[in-house]
Design a binder for this molecule. Sequence first.
Ligand code: GLC
Length: 829
Amino acid sequence: MEDNILSTTEQLSPNNQPPELPTSKLIEQEEEIFHHVNNPVAGLKPIVKKYLGAPNHVEQHGNRFYFTDGEAKVEVIVVTDEIIRIRMAPHGVFLEEFSYAVPKLEAKVSVFHLYDDPEEYRITTNTVNCHISKKDFFISFSDRQNHVTSSDAVPMHWEENVQFGGYYVYGTKVCHTEEAFYGLGDKPTDLNLRGKRLVNWNTDAYSFGWNQDPIYRSIPFYISLNEGIAHGIFFDNTFKSHFDFGAEDRDKTSFWADGGELQYYYIHGPHMMDVVKRYHVLTGTHPMPPLWALGYHQCRWSYYPESKVRKVTTGFRENKIPCDGIYLDIDYMDGYRCFTWNRKYFPEPKKMIKELAAQGFKTVVIIDPGIRVDDNYAIFREGKKNRYFCRRSDDYFMEGHVWPGRCQFPDFTNPEVRTWWGTLFDELVQMGVAGVWNDMNEPAVFGAGTFPDDVRHQYDGFRGSHRKAHNVYGMQMVRATYEGLRKLMKNKRPFTITRAGYSGVQRYSSVWTGDNVASWEHLRLGNLQCQRLSMSGIPFCGTDIGGFSGEPDGELFTRWIQMGTFSPFMRAHSAGDTKEREPWSFGEPFTAINRKFIELRYKLLPYLYSTFWEHHRYGFPILRPVVMQEQDEINNQARQDEFTYGDKILVCPVMEPGQQSRRVYLPKGNWFYYWDNTLVEGGCEIDVATPLETIPVFVKAGSVLPEYPVMQYVGEKEIEEVRLNVYYSDTPVNSFFFEDYGETFAYEQDIYSEKKFVVSGKENLLTLQQTMEGLYTPRYENYCFHVAGLPFKPTKIIADGKPVTDFIYTEGNVLEFKLTKNFKQIEIA
Ligand code: GLC
């Protein structure tokens, strides 16, 4: 298969363990006393860090290479031409291969070679070289032009963990003077993580503040950008993990964990977008959500009793503000017992959900992991009988207080427990519940914060303590929910949302950023967090619009709605002790502006849905920070407010009170101001007026933006025609338009329609071409074109060889005409 220069005939042993290699004495390069704040044994005994010595042997087994210094072993796997995995076993014995993040490590490589040079071993693929220095076991990576993208600053190292067994494992890379770092999930801080030291340990962080760390999620994946060239490091380790981006030593970037293996993927760029896409090759993408889930969601802790829910839903319809999702927070339950109903507040939930559905509302209910200890409660009895709840090291149950009082907690790392949990949604699904909100799954415990370290987990057969399972607990909870719903809802797409997560959680759920605050600072933070989540492999994300705790005034709420219109997930939520917080609660002019933006969300639904498809199919993020547009512009490393929504719409939210205008950077190329089609040349900063009614939104020249008519909810009416906003460009630009049934998995059988448009202008001619793929045919017949930015006055339209005579050219210089959706080519002259 592979064209290998050094090859052996040996195969991997059946359990995938590398063969034994000759041992010699471990070379201890250096010993040092290591003061480690989190190290429980620090006070007892000096800790000795051990480093890899010089490698003296290599063996190859297919795409796996094993290097040793005589005792420790390092495994290098060529996963694809651009992805290489490194793993280290301090005493030569690797752990069994298992990852919740990377469900299937599929090697997709064509050709690779191992070279044995006097100074180094080198593994090369079509795009990457992995160098293993013979002198000191430094590992580095370079591209085909021999440009070094990443290199060790010290060899991989470790410390024995006397208390728990295993090792603290460390990797340290060279940090370059101007290197910038992105990713790591939901960290509430600046986009560029340079100079920061951060921890991953899922934490319930009510009213978290700027720079607070850690908070809800653990995504141990970062993107480095140095001299315009990007690469990624995904440190797939579920223990508490730490990252230092030049904080302790400005010349070093380190990542380490309190257990497990030093196992990381080097992900080649050179574009940041390549890195994100390849990270998704490993960890998967988000499934297509139901189309309604891209609409507006209204939530509160809590809407109860039923009359209150109805007042809110009726309020939307009366105020003509579109809304699809309505949420029931913990008070719908009986004493906060999951999978029960408080019949006093909700006497006939099935009837209510049905009637809400008839008005276009999809009901989403909250579920927490804590199960009340109560022998009169069937779910508790079942869990107890089947030993589904987590236990402490000495076999006591893991008990802690959450909303229902004393609780025990399912071990979601046990596949049998996940299956059981999935079945528990049966009644809710029968009642018509459309989505499930998974909360408190860090896991959160009142007082203690979370579980003690000694709690045991089944971990899909690779047993471990809470130290290993903590960061994946929430992800496995929402996985159980999602997989259960998927079975119960037959071919319908479930909608799930989760607070906690680990890399790969995007295969099962959307996320929100947790309990934020109604403040301008949090609006800004939410912007950064959503951009960061998007770059970190979590595309379907949003904030609690308006801020969970505290009181926003009308201006702050409206500015948040405006930003939220361009969040992949758009939900307003508020804590129970705050004033009413619906989009009409602040009176005029706020209500009208909120309506205008929520309507815009619905108009742009087909665009967002197409962008989601590009994520699902190709691994593109939905939000893309400006630095991803022009990564070689050093100034962009500091620009963090702006992002594109998909690749066509640039958004610059207003995040300060009373701001009447703001500075916007437009990346190079031509842009059209969305609100009036003014053409602006990019590559510079401009001032844009920002009265309360508006925020800066620009569309890239050459785009084709599909728009639906405003609807009060998805599916309210049959779509009779789709508007296509076409923006002139003199260089060819592609746009995608994806449609399908919007609620089934038929797209997995190619029942969808993916249209590609190419706009290209030349002198006095604009050409628009359309190609189609897929087996779905939308029911509407026509497109209604709005062509903006023509540099000439149009007099002639030819569609597939035939003239179109019925058109108007408006005073605002927009050419409008209708045409069958099946056209192949239009020429406008
Ligand atoms: C947690 C959630 C919040 C929810 C509340 C009550 O604080 O983060 O969104 O409303 O619990 O369930």
